[in-house]
Design a protein around this ligand. Structure first.
Ligand code: HEC
Ligand code: HEC
Length: 418
């Protein structure tokens, strides 16, 4: 009798130790997990505003431009200075550092093509139009569009003209001129005949379109998390080399009690939308208004989907035509970042406010009131009253952080071994 009891107890113990992890996921949970698998991502959605978006020759030209520091005022800043491939196409700094120091954190480029809106505030409606921003930003590349188009003519003419046709006449390409630059650059721009201004603008837009074609080839690879999901959704037992017990517990919190998946959804772990989550501003005297003023900027942008240099017919610019410009929840709201490779890119949030993943999770549990606008997470007076507080103990917070570390994988470039 004694022996039988002992044997039964031993068997139970062994069973619980080796119980395959699959058992513990319900069919509904398995469906929720498979929605996060990288294979659900597919190719980047088409960009009708960019006729060369998926042309390999455009991506090849864009790749060279992305790494070319001649596209700057001092010859030392390229896109890759801040979006460094060896760092997952970001820079690990709290805020961007080009010719001067910026006010927001550099965002990773891989899979950016899956978004509808670009930048933390979504003030751009396409990847090609986004690329034009940093080139003329005084704190980033500090270049001007005449200088940039001259570089295309001098260093990239055959590749450029094969894709886009003739470059502007030489007469339009002397000196430094832009409608956005210094006072001298703006005056020089005003002196250019309108036809030349338009020709320069067109080539400038095409420069962005080639860079965008390259960016569209960059995708996150398969992480440990994906291999785990593939295993458990196929009904096989996952061993601890895929995810440790702590990581599995963290994953359960992520899709369950901690409600992270309500915003960090889909294979990129983002809803591609804007939320005010009460992240403390970098400078409390001048809190960043985020999405609220960016809607008007996107609508007024001459390089938007409805502009002269877009390749899309107006009916294919639905995002811009039906944009809501009076949503009070957009005050100090920022784009939900995707969480793939998140462990590789501290510090966090739109201005690097938090140094570690643990600090990020502590913020979600504390859910402070927002300095500007209303936090969706704060307990009192928030507009989404249906959202429950995120209540996590210390051990749970540690498990959640452990899970976030399983989302790392190398970045892959389409057509290259990964
Ligand atoms: C000085 C550093 C710096 C340089 C140089 C720079 N960027 Fe950025 N990049 C940033 C910062 C900072 C942000 C976020 C800015 C914001 O939201 O206002 C950003 C945002 C982006 C985004 C938006 C991603 C998303 O998910 O919305 C893309 C794409 C991007 N940059 C591509 C480029 C390209 C292409 C170039 C070169 C033409 C470039 N960047 C040059 C710092 C830089
Ligand atoms: C209401 C939507 C929402 C919910 C719920 C939410 N997040 Fe976020 N998350 C965001 C937004 C928006 C940001 C960017 C905020 C900012 O920069 O001001 C963000 C940023 C982050 C970042 C920083 C990423 C980076 O690149 O800077 C991490 C990590 C993160 N969230 C993890 C989580 C976890 C873990 C949970 C669950 C406890 C969670 N989030 C719940 C919307 C949400």
């Amino acid at each position: 009798m004694k022996h039988t009891l002992l044997a039964a107890a031993l068997a139970l113990l062994l069973l619980s130790a080796f119980r395959p992890v699959t058992e513990s996921w319900t069919p509904a949970e398995r469906a929720a997990l498979s929605a996060l698998h990288i294979s659900r991502l597919g190719a980047a959605p088409p960009d009708p505003s960019n006729a060369v978006a998926d042309r390999p020759e455009a991506a090849a030209l864009g790749r060279r431009l992305f790494f070319d520091a001649r596209l700057s005022a001092n010859g030392r800043v390229s896109c890759a200075s801040c979006h460094a491939p060896e760092r997952g196409f970001q820079d690990g700094r709290p805020v961007g550092q080009g010719l001067a120091t910026g006010s927001r954190r550099t965002m990773p480029v891989p899979a950016a093509a899956h978004a509808d809106w670009f930048f933390w505030d979504g003030r751009k409606d396409s990847l090609w139009s986004q690329a034009l921003g940093p080139l003329e930003d005084a704190a980033e590349h500090g270049a001007n569009r005449v200088q940039l188009v001259r570089l295309l003519a001098e260093a990239y003419r055959p590749e450029y003209e094969a894709l886009f046709g003739p470059l502007p006449p030489q007469a339009a390409l002397t000196g430094a001129a832009s409608p956005l630059g210094t006072a001298a650059e703006r005056a020089a721009w005003a002196r250019l005949p309108e036809a030349q201004q338009q020709a320069v603008d067109r080539a400038f837009a095409n420069l962005g379109k080639a860079i965008a074609a390259y960016e569209r080839t960059l995708m996150p690879g398969e992480s440990r998390f994906d291999r785990y999901v593939a295993t458990v959704t196929a009904g096989r037992a996952a061993d601890e080399a895929l995810l440790s017990p702590a990581e599995v517990r963290g994953l359960r919190l992520f899709i369950g009690k901690a409600q992270c998946v309500s915003c960090h959804a889909g294979p990129l772990l983002t809803d591609q939308h804007f939320h005010n989550t009460g992240v403390p501003p970098r400078d409390p005297r001048r809190p960043d208004p985020g999405r609220a003023p960016a809607v008007a900027r996107a609508l007024a942008d001459p390089f938007n989907c409805l502009g002269h240099h877009s390749d899309a017919p107006p009916q294919r610019c639905a995002e811009l035509r039906y944009i809501a410009d009076d949503d009070p929840h957009m005050q100090a709201a920022f784009k939900t970042p995707g969480l793939r490779n998140v462990a590789e890119r501290a510090p966090y949030m739109h201005a690097g406010q938090f140094a570690t993943l643990e600090q990020v999770i502590t913020h979600y549990v504390a859910a402070p009131d927002a300095v500007l606008g209303h936090s969706e997470l704060a307990r009192a007076g928030h507009p989404h009253a249906e959202r429950r507080p995120i209540a996590l103990g210390d051990a749970e917070a540690a498990d959640l952080a452990a899970f976030l570390r399983s989302l790392s994988a190398p970045v892959c470039e389409r057509g290259q071994p990964c």
